[in-house]
Design a protein around this ligand. Structure first.
Ligand SMILES: [Cu+2]
Length: 185
């Protein structure tokens, strides 16, 4: 009996496939795949969070910086106001300013996410600052973090640990500032 039912199942499956192919339902399948590939890594309300990463720490490194892209396709501005993680004793939002030709990191109370904005936390600019790491950032591991937005609220995300030398795209040398021993807080 089981054998017969399996036969029946597979023949009706083949029929369904043929039916979909004939009725142009593949168009719907294509649309589904397209929307899946456009999906954000994480969502906070209508905010889309992508490409969350941290450089692997090197021996002796006590601090680290996290980066991500925040897209706001919604109808209201929002603001990233705080970050929590067990990966560090303290986590702050920072930017980089240049004073007397020297790049310095400064804590900021929040990062504005304008309507239809595309805000990038990237080397040389805004970053999530992990102070006093509770353990090394190991390449390939995921660091759980809670991001808190003024309107979208709290969202649990993971930062992916990239190689310690990782520098995405052409940052115009901004990556040279780094976040290791060289930069003071
Ligand atoms: Cu910093």
């Amino acid at each position: 009996m089981t054998f017969t039912r399996n036969m029946l199942y597979s023949s009706s499956f083949a029929f369904i496939v043929k039916f979909f192919a004939r009725t142009g339902a593949s168009l719907a399948i294509t649309a589904l795949l397209t929307s899946a590939s456009n999906a954000a890594d994480f969502n906070a309300g209508t905010l889309e969070l992508n490409d969350l990463w941290i450089r692997a720490s090197v021996p002796g490194q006590t601090n680290g910086a996290g980066y991500l892209q925040i897209i706001n396709p919604g109808i209201a501005a929002d603001k990233l106001i705080s970050v929590q993680s067990d990966a560090a004793t303290r986590v702050e939002l920072h930017t980089v300013i240049t004073e007397d030709g020297v790049a310095k990191m400064r804590q900021v109370p929040g990062i504005d996410i304008p309507v239809h904005g595309d805000v990038k936390l990237a080397p040389g600019g805004y970053h999530v600052m992990f102070l006093q790491l509770t353990g090394p950032f190991k390449q390939g591991s995921l660091i759980p973090v809670v991001l808190k937005f003024e309107k979208a609220g709290e969202v649990r995300v993971n930062f992916t640990v990239k190689p310690s030398t990782y520098n995405p795209g052409n940052q115009g040398g901004a990556g040279a500032h780094g976040h290791g021993a060289g930069m003071k807080h």
